[in-house]
Design a protein around this ligand. Structure first.
Ligand SMILES: Nc1ncnc2c1ncn2[C@@H]1O[C@H](COP(=O)(O)OP(=O)(O)O)[C@@H](O)[C@H]1O
Ligand SMILES: [Mg+2]
Length: 230
């Protein structure tokens, strides 16, 4: 499903070049549930952005369903990404002046779904993440764990086959973290491909495979302890 071939990426800041990713190769099969771990600054977010079609690498290729995404014209790449990839961020990225329901409706609106269908689908998704009683609350009226669940519902709105999550539990208390991780388990069981960036070993251990990143390079691939005990 995903294939990264010799991908590298540097940033230039105040005349200095920082290599964030060096000649990394990686294959993520369909239906995989993988974690990417590594210390702060090791290139995890860069890797995820490159995989997600949001950051053009300096060299190498990124294939998604055998399509080299950075060889697509920008508009095509954007629609390709919208159809296939759902993102979950540490900071949720909810629109503060919209209700939970309206936030979840955004991608459905962008996809051109009629208004009444947007509402029904958004309600169903919010019920699924346990927020059926909070449809008309704004983000500021929700706990951080609830906000992340709204963000998850929004990510799932267009039923993307791939979920890319960057530190999705970084701001959450243990209970909310568990809710999000249980949800990833369900999605994985339903066949979705999940890639989660984290520095939390508890989170990484829920995945099937763990990639270790150090100084912009994938240094190691291991099975999570979940598999070792299975
Ligand atoms: N927009 C940017 N401009 C300049 N340097 C950046 C930028 N984004 C990330 N970097 C640098 O690239 C390296 C990898 O960053 P990042 O991918 O965010 O790591 P991680 O997510 O593992 O903390 C770090 O050294 C970081 O300082
Ligand atoms: Mg990061």
């Amino acid at each position: 499903m995903f294939e990264l071939q010799e991908v590298c990426k540097s940033y230039v800041r105040r005349g200095h070049s920082v290599t964030a990713l060096r000649a990394s190769s990686l294959t993520i099969p369909r239906g995989d549930y993988a974690a990417i771990v590594g210390p702060s600054g090791s290139g995890k977010s860069t890797l995820l952005s490159v995989l997600g079609g949001m950051l053009t690498p300096d060299g190498g290729k990124v294939l998604l369903d055998s399509v080299s995404i950075y060889d697509l014209p920008v508009a095509k790449r954007t629609s390709f990404r919208r159809e296939r990839i759902g993102f979950v961020f540490q900071t949720f990225n909810l629109v503060p002046y919209l209700t939970a329901l309206e936030n979840v409706q955004i991608p459905l609106f962008l996809a051109g779904l009629p208004d009444d269908e947007q509402q029904v689908r958004a309600e169903t998704l919010l019920e699924r993440v346990g927020l059926g009683e909070r449809l008309h609350h704004k983000p500021s009226e929700l706990s951080t764990g609830q906000q992340q669940r709204v963000a998850l519902a929004r990510t799932l709105a267009n039923d993307p086959p791939v979920i890319l999550a960057d530190e999705p539990t970084g701001n959450l208390d243990p209970d909310s973290r568990r809710v999000v991780l249980d949800f990833f388990d369900q999605l994985h069981a339903e066949g979705q491909t999940i890639l989660v960036v984290t520095h939390d070993t508890f989170v990484a251990d829920r995945a099937k495979r763990i990639f270790h990143l150090a100084d912009g390079a994938i240094t190691e691939q291991s099975e999570s302890s979940q598999l070792r005990v299975a």
